[in-house]
Write a protein that binds this ligand. Structure first.
Ligand SMILES: NC(=O)c1ccc[n+]([C@@H]2O[C@H](COP(=O)([O-])OP(=O)(O)OC[C@H]3O[C@@H](n4cnc5c(N)ncnc54)[C@H](O)[C@@H]3O)[C@@H](O)[C@H]2O)c1
Length: 369
């Protein structure tokens, strides 16, 4: 068994199945979001919790956080709609399960939960982060996730094109939700060094030509209002756009043996979790000469910022510097020879955990001696 602890409990108030998987506390308290989603069977929710908590351990290790990985999954039966009272009961049930772990695990928002839900969970346990600023938390994480994506894009452009400049490059943002919208806005503000210099001389010398060229798509047509700086295309056109970098910002599993042959981008880096349908797809991308930045590293900005500020009481500046450090971590992974970026990322994460485990044993032996 790879996990340290797995709790499966029927909520005493809601009657719904609550699963908390703690993968590792080798580096410190396990962290990972609370997912409330529909599953054909609660066992499918268990499978998700086991997989996602391992990914969180890797994500925390690669982000240099003194934390391990965990995950909460509430498996709703198909079609089940929570009314406000039932949702509140459920979140209190989740809080009780987390409280029973005595601080081994802390949760945050994920699919189906948001900062306000963390306030309700926090009524039963102190181990809930990413609460709204008005409730003493660090607020919506998506802006920090987007900042991390920008840092990753600079690292990817430096590796693939020889310069970290984003102005003048072309990008396709697939998914204009909370993170995708921020990423698009930040990219629209990017200008090349040439344009920045021109701006210093005279506003008239500004050349709009060197701004980033942007495409955007979402299955939800109402998100189009956020694409005023971009060319709005269909999700399929966005996926296969002839651009420098594709930025997956919707759901996972979009890079598969069927989609990879149709891609025309030179590189891929985005916040969407679990972009590869299976590890072997990393080989297909490498064979096609497409540089893929592992989402484990690219998407970590939000969790890095929230845990640094709320759990480790760092200043926002210190947390911001940790988010910017995503670029250095990614560069190291992309430069690893003889393996795909996915293998390099996992190997690095395992090495960090192993080092922490050895250090813990050394300290324990020292105390015993
Ligand atoms: N919010 C964060 O801080 C954060 C942190 C780490 C990772 N992520 C991951 O980043 C991704 C985006 O997160 P978010 O918070 O912006 O989610 P969100 O739900 O706000 O946005 C997702 C967007 O993708 C769109 N979408 C869904 N399926 C699509 C498809 N097939 N093609 C095009 N668009 C599609 C949705 O309509 C929605 O607008 C998710 O995979 C999430 O797990 C988010």
């Amino acid at each position: 068994m790879e996990h340290e602890n797995i709790v499966i409990r029927r909520g005493t108030r809601s009657g719904l199945p609550i699963i908390v998987a703690v993968h590792s506390t080798a580096l410190g308290q396990a962290i990972g979001g609370c997912r409330i989603a529909h599953y054909p069977h609660w066992r499918d929710g268990l499978t998700d919790a086991l997989r996602l908590s391992v990914a969180m351990s890797d994500k925390a290790a690669l982000a240099g956080l003194p934390n391990g990985g965990g995950k909460t999954v509430v498996a709703l039966p198909p079609g089940h709609v929570l009314d406000p009272a039932e949702r509140r009961d459920l979140l209190h049930d989740v809080g009780d399960v987390i409280a029973s772990l005595d601080g081994a695990y802390a949760t945050g928002p994920d699919v189906g939960t948001g900062p306000d839900d963390m306030v309700t969970i926090a009524e039963r346990t102190p181990y809930a982060f990413c609460r709204p600023v008005s409730a003493g938390g660090s607020g919506d994480s998506s802006v920090h996730t987007a900042a991390g994506v920008l840092a990753a894009l600079r690292a990817v452009c430096a590796e693939r094109f020889g310069s970290p400049e984003l102005g003048g490059r072309s990008f396709a943002v697939l998914g204009l939700g909370r993170v995708g919208t921020h990423v698009l806005r930040l990219l629209a503000q990017e200008k090349t060094a040439h344009e920045k210099a021109a701006q210093l001389r005279t506003a008239h010398e500004k050349t709009a030509k060197r701004k980033a060229i942007l495409y955007a798509a979402d299955v939800d047509e109402s998100r189009r209002v956020h694409a005023e700086n971009a060319t709005w295309v269909t999700p399929q056109e966005c996926l296969t756009a002839d651009v420098d970098v594709l930025i997956p910002s919707a759901l996972g599993g979009l890079l598969t043996p069927s989609t990879v042959p149709h891609l025309r981008c030179a590189a891929i880096a985005g916040p969407a979790n679990n972009q590869l349908d299976e590890p072997a797809t990393a080989d297909l991308l490498r064979d096609r000469g497409i540089l893929w930045a592992p989402d484990l590293v690219v998407s970590a900005g939000g969790i890095i910022h929230a845990t640094a500020v709320e759990l480790h009481h760092e200043t926002s500046e210190q947390a911001g510097a940790r988010v910017e450090a995503i670029a250095g971590t990614l560069t190291e992974i992309l430069r690893t020879t003889g393996s795909t970026p996915l293998e390099a990322a996992r190997t690095k994460a395992q090495a960090v955990r192993e080092k922490a485990r050895r250090e813990t044993h050394r300290r324990r032996d020292q105390r015993a001696a």
